[in-house]
Design a protein around this ligand. Sequence first.
Ligand code: NAP
Ligand code: HSE
Length: 427
Amino acid sequence: MNKVTKIALLGLGTVGGGVYKVIQMQQEEMERKLGTRVEIKKILVRNIQKAALKVKDPSVLTNDVKEIMQDPEICIVVEVMGGIEPARTYILEALKAGKHVVTANKDLLAADGHILMETAAEYHCDLFYEAAVAGGIPIIGPLKSSLSGNHIKEVMGIVNGTTNFILTKMTQENMEFSDALKLAQDLGYAESDPTADVEGLDAGRKMAILASVAFNSRVTFDDVHTEGITKITAKDIRYAKDMGHVIKLLGVARNTDNGIEVMVHPMLIDEQHPLASVNDSYNAVFVRGDAVQDTMFYGRGAGELPTASAVVGDIFEIIRNMAFNCCGRIGCTCYKELPIVPAEETSSKYFIRIRVEDKTGVLASIAAVFGNNSVSLAQVIQRSRREDCAELVMITEAVKDRHLNDALTILRGMSIVRDISSVIRVD
Ligand code: NAP
Ligand code: HSE
């Protein structure tokens, strides 16, 4: 085995900078751990001046990707630039040049993962992406290896730290969404444009990857139904609390007899549920298998060093495979073609908050609309009464989305209904 394994980074931002640091932190033990030293020979960036502040030897920095792709000494390329292009082209080029690839790029994997995996297989290369889902938490590796003796039935996760931080502040400090978002931005958790996080898109990409790996069938971001947390109010959270629940933004993927259900949405979960105590910017993934039963993986879902921990773990795994000439050993595991169940055909219990006119017979009229549309109510509470207006808080039995939507459409057209303030799934 070579005394030095030469690798290249594409990008030296939050994650790339972390990878650089973790590799320095491992210098002393690396040789004993792997039988080789890892040297970062080249780093691709756009702004060399800015990146020079982060490295000991600025001569490793380049603007020219050919210096990496055409260098036969570089055997692993670590893509931590983000975005679809040029990341996609660079990863394909690296694989076609026989270089193994580590990527943290969930956007690309959730859209075009199959193309990357097929190319890796064709060129007998490893393509690892542990950091793409839930940052530092090991979940892709365990699903592909340690849990591969299971039929995975369900994967539920808090896979977005920004929204978990916002909901935690709303729960624990009674903040409204906009104030909690501002705090998340001030503390550097949320981007200046927080859309991908608060609308559930970031979590949706991670759930597409997780569902593909868990159920051995390709799921892309377009298959994931996503709802964000922008409509959740402190009042919803208080009502949920009174009923023994907390509200979390959850990714939920289920392998059912009808196909794969995969969604991201806010959900009331029992305060005793293992995911209920996952707070602040922490992530957790709950996995239910037919043999192992329930397991939960918890930790930091983002950030410089936690994410780099996952990337460096993948680099080390590839080096071990190279040493035993067994790269490509664990490639694409999507050997089934399961259908995706449309969101309207899925069922859930629901928490519904409606403001109605406060007069006799209103509750009966509303209950009749639900009853006529196959929606059974499990709990109904009249919580407040102000200015001729009453607030009804209800929890339904499990109901098909399609039936609930039909009932809500009728209710919205009724003069006794002032507004339907909240409709949130319940576990
Ligand atoms: P970032 O801080 O914005 O860094 C991106 C880096 O890539 C910068 O060094 C940038 O160089 C470079 N870059 C971007 N486009 C480039 C191009 N066309 N040519 C050359 N260099 C280019 O991003 P990040 O937060 O580290 O995220 C990187 C990836 O990791 C993304 O796919 C992200 O989804 C994923 N990820 C991030 C986290 C996290 O905690 N941040 C967690 C899990 C996964 P310049 O600065 O010179 O423009
Ligand atoms: N924006 C993501 C989060 C981190 O808040 O969890 C990057 O995956």
